[in-house]
Design a protein around this ligand. Structure first.
Ligand SMILES: [Zn+2]
Length: 59
């Protein structure tokens, strides 16, 4: 059971949520400047509440 703490909606299963695959972002430290964002090689699976869009799970 997954419950959205934001809008109080309840889901019986994870697959009832909105699923989205997003690129993993890494912060790369540089010797001669500020850290820069770099798209990682991996992808993350994100599940969002269908009601309010809050992220309820990341894998
Ligand atoms: Zn919600």
């Amino acid at each position: 059971m997954v419950r959205c703490i934001n809008c109080d909606r309840e889901y019986e299963h994870e697959h009832e949520l909105d699923h989205e695959a997003v690129d993993e972002v890494e912060l790369v430290e540089q010797d001669d400047g500020p850290p820069r964002m770099q798209i990682g090689t991996g992808q993350r699976d994100v599940w969002r509440c269908k009601g309010c869009g809050k992220v309820l799970g990341v894998r």
